[in-house]
Structures are given as C-alpha cells and as structure tokens.
Design a protein around this ligand. Sequence first.
Ligand code: FE
Length: 208
Amino acid sequence: MAHAHTEPPAPVALRVKAIESLLVEKGLVDPAALDELVDLFENRLGPRNGARVVARAWTDPAYRQRLLADGTSAIAELGFSGAQGEHMIVLENTDRVHNVVVCTLCSCYPWPVLGLPPVWYKSAPYRARVVMEPRAVLAEFGLEVPDEVEVRVWDSNAELRYLVLPQRPPGTEHLSEAELAELVTRDSMIGTGQPRRPGQAAGAEGPA
Ligand code: FE
C-alpha cells in the first residue's frame, strides 16, 4: 500500500476511533491497556529494531558500508522490512555532520526500524521549527551541537524514510553488540538525541 504522504484519511481515523469507543464501552478493552500498547510500539519495542541495526554497524565495518550504500537491503538482512520502510536511507553522523529527520508535511516515519512516531514528531511546531532553527530545537531536547558541526535536516516523504546512524559513544570498546544496542536510543536514530554512555541510566526521551 502506497503511503501518500498525508494524514490517514479521516474516514479511517474515524472508524478506528468508533471501534475503540465501542470496545471500551462494551468493556472489551481497557483504555489504559490501549495506551500501554501504543507506548510499547512507540517507545520500547519499535525502536529496538533500529538499535540492532546501529549496533551491527558499529561492530561490523562491512555491514556499515552496506548500510550506508543501500539502507533498505542492509536493514532487511536483519529481518526488518515492510510498510513504511520500503526505501530507507541511512544518514551517518560524524565529527563534522549531525543529521536530524523530520516530515514537514505530516508524520512519515520508518516503522520497521523505529515503530510508531512519538507525538512530538507529528506536532506542527517540531515539523516547522526544526527546519528553520534546528539548533534551537535540538537544544530543547538537551542536545547542544557544537558550532563547528554542521546540522543537516532531512525531510521524509512517501518515497524515502531516514534512519540516523549515531556515533558510537566513547568508552564502549569492550561492549558486545547486544550491549551496544542497549545504548541506542530512539531519539539518537531520529537525530534529536545521542546514544547513552555506558552506565548512563535510561531516561525519558523527547523534548524537555
Ligand atoms: Fe509524511
């Protein structure tokens, strides 16, 4: 199914809402359980796929090359593919370049590697402001990008979805691939955050 770079058609959204209301009303689902399910895909389960891709790239130089050359097929090597991830481009952060991803028109997002987009990603202020004043927006996420690092903003669309390959944190030479994956945050793969450092507790993501 092609994604037309628009919000879901209103009738579909309305039908989903109607079904949800009915299920809640009949006592068949608990609204809190639904919220929990959304949170699972948005914050916990979804982004773990992307974290595995990043950790593999950090530990396997040949994989990293394949990932940067053809994101879609390299991601599919790990078993992640499907709707909203048919054409993936992986953006490598370096000492000189920091990449950040947005969808200025709606909420295009790489579902197979990141799950569902967080609320702020879909918000009008993020979509408008990250293009005009990316450093100010990133600062609100607690991410100060040094002046000498160029910030590049990438606009997702129906054809292309982006995954940021963050820099491997220092002091992680001794960690296994699985341990490295634990350090990869969702926001670090959107470009609004950095991976955690070893020993740094998992905190809330998103803007402060
Ligand atoms: Fe979009």
